[in-house]
Write a protein that binds this ligand. Structure first.
Ligand code: ZN
Ligand code: ZN
Ligand code: ZN
Length: 143
């Protein structure tokens, strides 16, 4: 995965810290808290502070390079998804894996908003939480 290329495309300078964050999230393949990213960043940049990690995460999320998970526990997490098409995510709160959902009900919602509120929609965020099939199967085995 050429993260350099992604950053260049978005005209964001490929600083060692940004590249390291992308690398960490890409290899994690699950969502991570800023603290967890920080722990791994400290192995690469000895003097890095948590605020720097936060700032870089926010910058990357702001450009849509990484995604935020606003978890039901109200904490904020981040993950990397290489899919650049419009889509949504199914987030497993047990193993923290994130799956792409190509289904989007946006058009229906737009129609409904226009019909009932006579308003126009400019953007939408949808994230679906649950337990993935792997985790459900494991739970059944335990019982
Ligand atoms: Zn799971
Ligand atoms: Zn995705
Ligand atoms: Zn959508």
């Amino acid at each position: 995965m050429d993260h350099n290329h992604i950053l260049k495309e978005l005209k964001l300078k490929a600083t060692p810290k940004r590249l390291a964050i992308l690398d960490i999230l890409y290899h994690a393949s699950i969502y991570l808290s800023p603290d967890e990213v920080w722990t791994q960043m400290k192995e690469r940049f000895r003097t890095i502070g948590l605020p720097t990690v936060y700032r870089n995460l926010e910058e990357l999320a702001g450009r849509g390079i990484i995604s935020k998970v606003i978890h039901p526990d109200r904490k904020l997490y981040y993950f990397f998804c290489g899919n650049r098409e419009h889509h949504h995510h199914f987030v497993c709160t047990s193993c923290r894996k994130v799956n792409d959902l190509s289904f989007c009900a946006f058009e229906e919602i737009q129609k409904e908003v226009s019909r009932t509120l006579n308003a126009t929609v400019s953007s939408h965020i949808m994230q679906v939480f649950g337990i993935c099939s792997n985790c459900s199967a494991n739970k059944e085995e335990e019982q």
